[in-house]
Write a protein that binds this ligand. Structure first.
Ligand code: HEC
Length: 301
């Protein structure tokens, strides 16, 4: 394998350089592929989601994508929508202690895990039943009620400075928020959604906001390559250990792509508590060179 690296085949293992500034999950869609081999029900859901995703990509992810998205609401993937929003600002200069990291796909793996880290829902779910519309719905309605004037400057009461404090209202706080900020609907400070976009988002939310459930399938030829790479990265002799660590510490931010695979399928190199062949259990250290703990760990793709 080292030979392979030396003779350049390594370069075919292309680095899709989604190098972001601070974390592995900043400005990229987490898993923007939908399930394949789905049942007819799921196909319909994926159909709806495909349209919804187009609107979100077109009108919302320009703001709601990076690690420091407003209210940490990432609209780039089903996982981001399910996680919801948080009042905790990711960057602020007066913090004296390390913040709890909230990297999507890394620091919690389940919705209850995110709730424990202070995130609240924006989609309809068992958590929001009985509430007067979800935050997402209320914000879109607000944008619809007071659209900004076309070809006119953004009204001064709409804050745009990068370090202004955000309200990030929960559903319970939304009435007070919207009467104090009638122009703050979504999409924020930009042209309103057109009728079709608005109806599509609203009817998707009102039908329970179905999301694709299954993880995208990995084609067999790619699985074989993944297995080869994992075997190489986890070989136990000292030389391989050094190489594995070197590659991980240089590539932990990269999105990796196999040329023979789906054009938009990307992989990440992570440290996992579980060995190749089993479900990845990410070891969520703050930095790639932090101690992974006393138990054995494995590099996984
Ligand atoms: C130009 C940037 C921008 C765009 C585009 C944008 N948003 Fe926002 N969004 C914001 C800001 C800023 C906030 C926080 C407002 C506050 O709390 O003061 C926010 C907050 C939200 C929240 C509330 C989270 C919470 O905690 O209450 C939702 C939901 C939301 N946006 C959905 C959307 C949707 C859906 C779209 C696309 C249709 C969209 N946004 C487009 C900037 C944007």
């Amino acid at each position: 394998m080292l030979q392979t690296l030396r003779n350049g085949r390594f370069l075919t293992f292309v680095f899709a350089v989604a190098f972001a500034l601070l974390s592995t999950d900043q400005c990229t869609a987490q898993s923007d592929t939908t399930a394949s081999g789905a049942t007819s029900d799921a196909t319909r859901e994926n159909g709806d989601w495909t349209n919804v995703q187009k609107i979100l990509n077109h009108r919302c992810v320009v703001c709601h994508s990076c690690y420091d998205a407003p209210c940490q609401l990432k609209l780039t993937s089903p996982a981001g929508l399910l996680r919801g929003a948080s009042k905790e600002a990711v960057y602020h200069t007066e913090r004296l202690k390390d913040a709890q990291t909230t990297r999507l796909g890394i620091d919690a793996q389940t919705v209850p895990g995110w709730r424990a880290l202070g995130f609240y829902p924006v989609l309809p779910s068992s958590e929001t039943t009985g509430e007067a519309g979800t935050v997402l719905e209320r914000y879109l309605e607000l944008g619809r009620q007071s659209p900004l004037k076309a070809n006119a400057p953004v009204p001064t009461e709409l804050g745009l400075s990068i370090d202004r404090p955000l309200a990030c209202p929960t559903t319970q706080e939304f009435d007070a928020f919207s009467s104090a900020n009638p122009k703050a609907g979504m999409p924020y400070a930009t042209a309103p959604l057109n009728d079709i976009e608005y109806q599509m988002l609203m009817s998707w939310i009102q039908s329970g906001a179905p999301l694709p459930s299954a993880a995208p399938e990995i084609p067999e030829n790619i699985q074989i390559q993944i297995a080869e790479w994992e075997a190489f990265l986890n070989a136990s002799d000292l030389r391989h250990q050094l190489m594995g660590r070197y590659l991980y510490e240089h590539l932990f931010l990269a999105r990796l792509h196999f040329p023979a695979g789906e054009p938009r399928q990307f992989f990440q190199l992570v440290r996992s508590a579980s060995p190749p062949g089993s479900k990845i259990e990410i070891i969520a250290t703050r930095r790639p060179f932090d101690d992974p703990g006393a138990e054995p760990f494995y590099y996984r793709l």
